[in-house]
Ligand binder design. Structure first.
Ligand code: SF4
Length: 470
């Protein structure tokens, strides 16, 4: 039955077996001699690089090591897929395959990561269920429970409102940290530059944080309040190194627009040569077309030419709404209009980048991106400015707004965290920004600092000591 699965599908299924079972056997023989005992399978990586990150493995009787794991159907894929010469795979400490292709390949290059075959453990009708695992049931499978975080027991003793309060306390630490960073930048460069750095960096999210951060630092070169969108976008895309040199005849619309953009950039590119970002800074893997960097640059160009955005956001922040839901909603809507008001564009409304079309039209800033921008950039900047002006009552107001801001937390990282920490006790779709930021805070302050087995993590003890669970 296992052999019936084809190509990527069977490899994905083998990954799920590894993820759930992790693997149940001790002392699995390595093809080059010696044994390995997997203590933790690691975390599935949906981006570039090895399939599992941060697995904990014990080779022979040596102390356990944290390393990455690559899953392939056979031993040949390692070279066929070019992993042997790809630095992204230097961190691989174990290769896991269904089987090797022929006995000669057992003579493996000692420079390559060690390899195990799962076939001897998975063949036979009693294992057919394993390859039948579906993605949505993988983490909730009873066998996967042993990979839950050590703090889960404590979280599960708490009520939902106690969990929310605990997460909100962690979320506030994130807000204060961000606010402090912004305040320090503002002391050196002014509130306007600190605003743009905070705002533009968010557009890169995790994958392209650094190129967007660099573009924000170069803000004085492209933020021009008295220019039109095309000229700002030309300079911004040119500086980003994301302007294609050639047009294609079959895409008349893109060619025309690119010619317009180049009519600005060709005159000035010479002056900005030393600031142009190299293509290697950009990551494009696992990014949805809606979030491609080119679209984010188009949005940034709208902000840059919309005029005095910093002061308009500051003015908005000081128009405190009434406590009723309607006024709150209207107030949030005003900010949305401020940030997206003119961000409608004949070209970008249906384009992912200069070449690719979207399946359906979409604005440059959807509700999800708006919420991310507010929680990660706008509110921390406002908090930092209020802090600098020593308006303590406003700090408390901003913190409450931050915790209760709507969230759109539907991504796999949050889902995995929610499972690992709480066994999905909290409904992720109902979380507000405070709970989401708290979850991310736990990951940043604790999970990322300790290994996948949670060895040495103080979180369970700290949680137990917190008075709100007694
Ligand atoms: S590392 Fe700490 S916070 Fe993260 S799951 Fe393990 S015990 Fe919980």
């Amino acid at each position: 039955m296992i052999q019936e699965y084809k190509g990527n599908n069977r490899e994905a299924r083998l990954s799920r077996v590894w993820q759930v079972l992790g693997f149940p056997e001790r002392d699995i023989p390595l093809t080059r001699g010696g044994t390995v005992t997997p203590l933790h399978p690691g975390f599935l990586n949906r981006g570039k690089g090895p399939d599992f990150k941060n697995a904990v493995l014990q080779f022979n009787d040596d102390p356990p090591v944290t390393t990455d794991v690559e899953i392939d159907w056979t031993d040949r894929e390692w070279r066929l897929h070019g992993h042997d010469s790809d630095s992204e795979f230097d961190s691989v400490g174990l290769r896991v395959v269904w089987d090797c292709k022929g006995t000669e390949t057992f003579e493996l290059n000692q420079a390559e990561p060690p390899l195990i075959r799962l076939r001897p453990f998975l063949e036979g009708p009693e294992w057919n269920w394993a390859m039948g695992l579906e993605p949505e049931t993988t983490w909730t499978h009873p066998k996967a429970i042993r990979f839950a975080g050590k703090c889960r027991k404590v979280w599960n003793r708490m009520s939902v409102s106690e969990i929310r309060r605990a997460l909100e306390r962690i979320a506030l630490v994130r807000l204060w940290n961000k606010g402090d960073g912004i305040r320090i930048r503002a002391q050196r460069l002014g509130w306007d530059q600190a605003f743009w750095e905070s705002l533009i960096s968010v557009l890169g999210f995790q994958k392209n944080y650094w190129p967007f951060r660099r573009l924000a630092e170069l803000g004085s070169l492209w933020i021009q309040h008295d220019s039109d969108h095309s000229s700002v976008l030309a300079r911004l895309s040119g500086l980003a190194g994301l302007l294609p040199n050639v047009t294609t005849k079959d895409d008349v619309e893109s060619s025309r627009y690119l010619q317009e953009i180049w009519s600005y950039w060709w005159r000035e590119q010479h002056y900005f040569q030393e600031f142009i970002l190299p293509d290697s800074m950009w990551r494009r893997d696992q990014i949805r077309p809606l979030n491609f960097p080119e679209r984010r640059l188009a949005l940034a160009a709208f902000w840059a030419c919309s005029g005095a955005l910093t002061e308009r956001v500051w003015y908005w922040a000081n128009q405190v709404p009434g406590a009723d839901q309607r006024s709150q909603k209207k107030w949030r809507r005003q900010l949305y209009d401020l940030l997206s008001g003119s961000a409608r564009h004949d070209f970008w409304s249906h384009r992912a980048n200069w070449r690719r079309r979207l399946n359906q039209p979409a604005g440059l800033m959807g509700q999800g991106l708006f919420n991310e921008i507010v929680v990660n950039a706008i509110l921390p900047w406002i908090w930092a400015r209020e802090y600098a002006e020593e308006r303590a009552h406003r700090l408390i107001e901003i913190e409450q707004i931050y915790l209760n801001w709507p969230a759109t937390p539907d991504n796999s990282r949050l889902r995995n965290l929610n499972w690992r920490l709480m066994g999905n006790k909290m409904q992720i779709r109902k979380m507000k920004a405070g709970a989401v930021q708290g979850l991310l805070g736990v990951s940043r302050f604790y999970c990322e600092k300790f290994n996948s087995l949670c060895e040495g993590c103080p979180m369970p003890d700290r949680l137990s000591r917190e008075k709100y669970i007694h």
